[in-house]
Design a protein around this ligand. Structure first.
Ligand SMILES: [Fe+2]
Ligand SMILES: [Fe+2]
Length: 654
């Protein structure tokens, strides 16, 4: 009986004669031996050669027990069986040897056949133990690897790779159950000997139609019942419709034989997929064999871990998609809030990404070797999308205040109506005067004089209205002479239909029309500015993941300036992160190059660059980033992209 495939047997004996005798007995039965003369050599050989069994022969009782204890204490010897072979020994010595971990105890003389039978038996136990330990180790490793995999496609592919590997299976298919459509969808399809690899990250696309959840199909049956099906030969099996594999075989020349089909479940014990393995191969001969029972247990364990890993990855993916969706909705809501700033969020986000990428591409030490990771780039992208989210709470008529008199509507209409009323009042008064003159028999010259007076008064009224209309859009600076003129108009009155004298312009209208530049009153300006604080406050309410925790700060700081003159907190220098500085430059550039107020014209790119550089001179923004923004042509990249990209296409995913 040849034992050459067994691991070697370590023989430890006190003298050469004893060693030679035991070696002879073992070698004549085909065992490989390692000889150690004494305990020291035995321990060294154990560590170096990893024998399958240790035979301690002829050592005195205490020495045998001591060596046995040493062997069992070492990692290489913990699971290695030990046989103590001894001459006549007191019971107490035998007991202490067994207590020290000896697995068998024999008293000389022992027939060679009995000795080899015992060695063989313990080697078998050791082999079983090793195989189980290896299974546990491998399944643990696979479990760790699967649970660490976040990419769904890679995970699916890995599940099939590992399942095929631990079963020596030639082919494997993974289906995902769609209970709404009542089908199994092909996710992964592999056939080693046919050179087929489909699905996952490395495989070709799968175009196969889904499998209906009909119990005559073995995979559907497994999905429906949750049972494991193990078939030695599909050509001889009954109860299932194997016309599919037979057709495949007929076309390809393949021969489907053994099949193991295992369900995969989620954390709620629902079947979410089916793993089908085909043609287990004998590792030594390569011949196709049925899946042995131990493979079924292993595969069940693997499928269970795979199901949980798959569920986790799916949940994480769903959650990320959900969060991404919400972020887009918020970003879009801000963009859509004002027709004047439409697209601002998108453009600032893209410009910020381009600038961050340019920082990563910087060959010199301008940024002290700073490189944004993929997660940090995503963080910048999300901060860009949400930087103006605070504008949600700024009233539209302030965000979009197109003219000085605009509240919910432009009050210039009211002013016009009032001027018109004043004019009618003047005309009525003139007519009354003329009637009185006619009745008193006044000459025609007196009537003509009234007409002339009226004409002059109306002309003056219209000129004043034209002036108010001209200053309302806020495009021109209100120089002192204009303010003086406005005050003059504000002092004018008219008599309403009730006969009450009223001012031509209300106090509030005068206050708004007096705005020196633009359309916003200081208090309205404050409301608009407050959006940065609101962005920061709103975003800090969101429990961002650890990787995204910078979003509220970067978004909230996009109006801060390095010299401390920014808002909302007046942060200075190093208090402002590089990410927030990037957003600030993108934000300023976009505000300059798009007309975000009707009275404001959009500056050409070169003028915007000049203004950015002036802001650098004033110490407001980061000079390194401004120069990089210009030299890396972030603006040109955006123009190029906008020509080819749909209007709303910034993806949060990398
Ligand atoms: Fe802003
Ligand atoms: Fe902005």
């Amino acid at each position: 009986m040849g034992e050459r495939s067994s691991p070697p047997v370590l023989v430890a004996a006190p003298d050469e004669a004893r060693l030679a005798e035991t070696e002879h007995a073992l070698q004549s039965s085909g065992f490989e031996t390692i000889l150690a003369a004494g305990p020291g050599q035995a321990v060294a050989a154990l560590d170096a050669r990893h024998p399958g069994l240790v035979l301690i022969d002829g050592l005195p009782g205490a020495a045998a027990a001591d060596l046995c204890a040493q062997i069992k204490a070492r990692p290489a010897g913990r699971a290695t069986p030990v046989i103590v072979l001894s001459d006549e020994l007191p019971v107490s010595d035998r007991v202490s040897a067994i207590d020290a971990g000896a697995d068998d105890f024999l008293i000389h003389p022992v027939p060679a056949t009995e000795l080899t039978a015992r060695v063989r038996s313990l080697l078998r136990v050791k082999a079983e133990h090793d195989a189980t330990a290896e299974d546990v180790r491998r399944l643990t490793e696979i479990g760790i690897a699967l649970s660490a995999e976040r990419d769904l496609n890679r995970l699916l592919e890995r599940i099939v790779d590992e399942a095929r590997s631990i079963n020596n299976a030639d082919a494997g298919t993974l289906y995902r159950a769609d209970w709404d459509a009542r089908v199994l969808n092909f996710a992964i399809l592999q056939n080693e000997s046919m050179g087929t690899r489909m699905g996952g990250v490395r495989g070709d696309r799968i175009d196969l139609p889904p499998v209906a959840l009909d119990p005559s199909n073995v995979s559907a049956y497994v999905a429906l019942t949750g049972e494991i099906v193990n078939i030695p030969d599909v050509y001889e099996a009954e109860g299932f419709d194997f016309s599919g594999p037979r057709r495949y075989d007929a076309v390809t020349g393949y021969r489907s034989r053994s099949m193991l089909v295992v369900p995969m479940r989620n954390h709620e014990d629902e079947v979410i997929g089916v793993l089908q393995l085909i043609n287990a191969q004998d590792p030594r001969t390569g011949a196709v064999v049925p899946f042995p029972p131990e493979d079924v247990a292993r595969t069940r364990a693997l499928a269970s871990q795979a199901g949980i890993a798959l569920t986790n990855a799916q949940l994480i993916q769903d959650l990320e998609a959900f969060v991404d969706g919400l972020i887009h909705v918020m970003a879009r809501a801000v963009d859509e809030k004002s027709k004047y700033t439409a697209g601002h969020i998108q453009r600032v986000t893209r410009l910020s990404e381009f600038l961050a990428e340019a920082v990563n591409g910087c060959a010199d030490e301008r940024f002290e070797g700073r490189r944004f990771t993929t997660d940090e780039l995503k963080e910048i992208r999300v901060a860009g999308l949400l930087h103006d989210v605070g504008k949600i709470v700024v009233p539209e008529h302030v965000v979009d205040k197109a003219t000085k008199l605009q509240c919910v509507y432009d009050r210039i209409q009211v002013v016009r109506a009032r001027f018109s009323l004043a004019r009618r009042g003047m005309e009525t008064a003139a007519l009354r005067r003329k009637l009185a003159l006619v009745q008193s028999g006044a000459p025609p010259e007196a009537l003509a004089a009234v007409d002339e007076e009226l004409e002059a008064a109306v002309r003056s009224l219209l000129v004043d209205l034209a002036f108010v209309e001209a200053i309302n859009p806020g495009g021109e600076f209100m120089a002192p002479d204009k303010l003086e003129r406005l005050r003059g108009i504000a002092a004018r009155t008219y008599v309403d239909d009730e006969g009450v004298t009223q001012p031509l312009l209300t106090e509030d209208e005068v206050e708004n029309l007096s705005i020196p530049k633009g359309t916003l009153l200081p208090r309205e300006f404050q409301i608009v500015r407050n959006h940065a604080r609101v962005s920061s406050t709103l975003l800090s309410e969101i429990p961002f993941s650890r990787k995204m925790r910078g979003v509220p700060v970067y978004a909230g700081d996009h109006h801060e300036a390095l010299d401390g003159s920014g808002y909302p907190d007046g942060k200075k220098g190093d208090e402002i992160a590089l990410q927030a500085r990037i957003l600030a430059i993108a934000d300023i550039y976009d505000a300059l190059t798009s007309s975000d107020r009707p009275y404001k014209k959009a500056f050409p790119r070169e003028v915007a660059f000049r203004i950015l550089r002036e802001d650098v001179q004033r110490g407001k923004i980061d000079p390194r980033l401004v120069e990089l923004f210009i030299s890396a042509d972030c603006a040109g990249r955006l123009d190029q992209e906008e020509k080819t990209r749909p209007t709303y296409g910034v993806s949060i995913r990398a």
